[in-house]
Design a protein around this ligand. Structure first.
Ligand SMILES: Cc1ncc(COP(=O)(O)O)c(C=O)c1O
Length: 384
């Protein structure tokens, strides 16, 4: 076994694709410590700065005193506790859906929903830039998977027209996680009745960010439809951990009985649920956080584009800067770290070959000074 592992590792090293962990010292925030050095963090998904919010921490601590730490079992055995029900009710109200169900992560939510809703008799239509969890879910589902070019509604409709499947499921990221672009949901929703299809929207990066009240891509476009299933994570703008599927009650009933990543896993710790409830309250009560985030997005995008850098059509807080070569992307990322700015370089297989990039994420917690410092460092690193 050791030989095979070393062989695999040397292949990864030779192709520049060996990954390494970086230690973030102390809590998450706009400024963190790495190797003892203070750096501006520009690759976190804590978009509203809630991961280290005093009220969120207090909610978690109180919940530990009241409910202990672990849930001890899966929800369907004896792990179903009051904070799980309270959080599902909070999500249901936040999203304005009939019902919601918790999952232990967004990865699990996508696996659970896609597999429970499809099988050999299903055609799944999946955007080529969908997140890896959707790609894996499609494989596990045993459905016939048709991948359409990113945001290409013409190709999607052609595939739907050809499909003879009894069940059709379209799956798309709401905000594409490596490009920061928004899925053309109005056009996709207009196809649902015509082709008798359902739609799963992965709002991992839209929850708390898009729409007047931060409810996600459907609110952004002013859309609703009975055949839409919404997935969202609690580990990004919500600053906690876990995920949910929100939609009609019968969908949630089906998932409780059929979604294996829901059934066969220990329930989320109650304190995680209490923290997420508090964070959603803050999102609801503090629109100024979202306003600040969008102001920061505008400052940073203008700064990058003003310096002649290509941000790949980003429309959101995820702002990629294209580099192309994986080696150069990792080199620029390392240079930036030396200059006090942490931006992860992203390379294949996470993004297509030849499109390696720096994936910048700005948050509401960054100051204008942080952003200007980072912009100068980026310009230097690209030119140096
Ligand atoms: C689009 C998308 N979907 C799902 C996930 C997975 O969510 P989680 O981190 O909660 O597992 C991510 C996170 O990286 C994501 O970017």
């Amino acid at each position: 076994m050791r030989y095979h592992i070393l062989e695999e590792l040397s292949k990864l090293t030779a192709s520049g694709l060996k990954r390494q962990l970086k230690l973030v010292e102390g809590p998450q925030g706009p400024r963190v410590f790495i190797n003892g050095n203070a750096v501006i963090l520009l690759c976190s998904n804590d978009y509203l700065g809630l991961a280290n919010h005093p009220l969120v921490k207090e909610a978690a601590k109180d919940a530990i005193d009241r409910w202990g730490f672990g849930a001890g079992a899966s929800r369907l055995v004896s792990g179903n506790m009051e904070p799980h029900i309270m959080l599902e009710e909070r999500i249901r109200r936040f999203k304005g859906t009939e019902s919601a169900l918790l999952f232990n992560s967004g990865y699990n939510a996508n696996l659970g929903a896609v597999c429970a809703l499809s099988g050999r008799e299903t055609d799944i239509f999946s955007d080529k830039l969908n997140h890896a969890s959707i790609v894996d879910a499609c494989v596990l589902s045993r459905a016939n998977v048709k991948r359409y070019p990113n945001k290409d509604i013409g190709s999607l409709e052609t595939q739907l027209k050809k499909s003879k499947a009894r069940r059709k499921l379209i799956v798309t990221d709401g905000v594409f996680s490596m490009d920061g672009t928004i899925a053309p949901l109005k056009d996709i929703v207009s196809l649902l009745d015509r082709y008798n299809a359902s739609l799963l929207v992965d709002d991992a990066h839209a929850t708390g960010v898009l729409g007047k009240s931060g409810r996600g891509t459907l609110e952004h476009f002013g859309l609703s439809h009975p055949s839409i299933i919404q997935m969202g994570t609690l580990g990004k703008a919500v600053g906690a951990f876990g995920a949910y599927i929100a939609g009609p009650s019968e969908l949630i009933d089906l998932l409780i009985s059929k979604a294996r990543p829901f059934i066969y896993t220990t329930a989320l710790p109650p304190a995680v649920c209490a923290a997420a409830i508090k964070a959603i309250d803050i999102i609801d009560e503090t629109p100024s956080l979202r306003e600040k985030l969008w102001k920061n997005i505008s400052i940073f995008k203008k700064g990058l584009e003003g310096a002649g850098l290509d941000t790949m059509g980003s429309e959101t807080q995820i702002i990629p800067v294209i580099v192309k070569s994986a080696e150069r992307a990792m080199g620029i990322s390392a240079k930036l770290l030396d200059k006090g700015v942490f931006i992860q370089g992203i390379r294949p297989p996470t993004v297509p070959e030849g499109t390696s990039r720096l994936r910048v994420t700005v948050t509401a917690a960054h100051t204008e000074e942080d952003l200007n410092f980072a912009l100068s460092a980026i310009k230097e690193a690209f030119n140096g």
